[in-house]
Design a protein around this ligand. Structure first.
Ligand SMILES: [Mg+2]
Length: 346
């Protein structure tokens, strides 16, 4: 089989400010695995240097390490090829790209969607249940955040998420709550901005606005455990989930999982099983992935059935990206693509 790698640059409509820096554009690597029969499977690598410290060049090098394995992979089981790539490519972002492409290829060859290959159960209409998603409010000022949140609520989103630890948190949180009413869940993400004592004080101050959960108020397994034990709001682990033993720690009642960081669909499902076995509830989110990463996460969600909205409604953040209509958000839900493989094209 042949491996093709091509870079792609996506610009955000408006730069997204987070506690780890401002993200203005995304560089992805599109990956294609071409079989001898002419069928191709597509995947993507979506490292986010300001967030995971992994650069595009790192990922490209890791993908090159997989090239000889993919070259000799015709006829071998997908799991075996992926296991070899996991050994050769140390970066989960690169493994994720190969994983997505191999699932896509297998699904297209068998003419079935990936969710079916994963063993997800369809509903009475023959499709898996749609996946509830949250809106991400990017505006840094009160009025802008309130307007964005009101638009999201009007569009049917049942959950909106706000970055905190970036200044005027209390003002923005109050403005957003006032704009959306009490029915819409309000989720916060501090991206590890705080120290434990500080986190508890901030969360205590923001809790009266009615907060669904706060993601990564602090970094570190024991730090998260300490904050989760005392905070007035449920705590979710996000960035810390990559730390050794973090997923199995049960340190937080919630864990946010990302396909790119978990090494693809298979890794994401394994991570969810580990976290759930430790007593944590899981939900999924993107690291501003491209369409293939979002589609892969939707297929995984069909099996995992997270009880809370997932952070997968992020494609709209890109300017000039013609999003596959199959990945559109309607009334706060995304459908799991029904076509063969991942069901969408990059
Ligand atoms: Mg987060």
């Amino acid at each position: 089989m042949r491996l093709e790698i091509a870079p792609r640059r996506l610009r955000l409509r408006t730069p997204l400010q987070t506690a780890h820096g401002t993200v203005a554009e995304r560089e992805l690597l599109d990956v294609l695995i071409l079989g001898a029969d002419g069928v191709a499977g597509a995947g993507e690598a979506a490292p986010l240097p300001s967030y995971d410290g992994v650069t595009l060049d790192d990922v490209r090098a890791a993908l090159e390490d997989c090239r000889p394995i993919v070259h000799d992979a015709e006829g071998l089981p997908r799991a075996m090829v992926l296991a070899e790539c996991r050994r050769a490519a140390v970066l989960p972002q690169a493994v994720a790209a190969i994983d997505l492409a191999l699932w896509d290829l297998e699904g297209r060859r068998a003419d079935v969607p990936v969710w079916r290959l994963l063993g997800a159960h369809p509903g009475p209409d023959g499709a898996p249940a749609p996946v509830a998603v949250n809106a991400l409010i990017g505006a840094e000022d009160r009025a802008g955040a309130a307007a964005e949140a009101a638009r999201a609520a009007a569009a049917g989103f049942g959950c909106v998420k706000l970055k905190v630890g970036i200044g005027d948190d209390a003002g923005r949180v109050a403005a957003v709550r006032a704009a959306v009413g009490r029915e819409v869940a309000l989720r916060l993400d501090a991206n590890g901005a705080w120290e434990p004592e500080e986190a508890l004080a901030h969360v205590r101050a923001l809790a009266p606005s009615g907060i669904e959960l706060v993601e990564e108020p602090v970094h570190g397994v024991e730090e998260l455990r300490a904050v989760a034990a005392e905070a007035d709001v449920p705590v979710a682990m996000d960035e810390t989930a990559v730390a050794p033993g973090a997923l199995a720690s049960g340190a937080t009642p919630l864990v946010c999982l990302k396909l790119s960081r978990c090494g693809g669909i298979g890794g994401l499902i394994e991570a969810a099983e580990t976290a759930r076995a430790a007593g944590s509830e899981v939900y999924l989110a993107s690291t501003l992935d491209g369409p293939l990463g979002i589609a892969g996460a939707l297929h995984a969600a069909a099996v995992l059935r997270p009880a809370r909205p997932c952070g997968l409604a992020t494609l709209d953040a890109f300017a000039g990206l013609e999003v596959d209509p199959l990945l559109a958000v309607a009334d706060g839900y995304m459908q799991v693509p029904a076509g063969p493989g991942l069901g969408v094209r990059a």
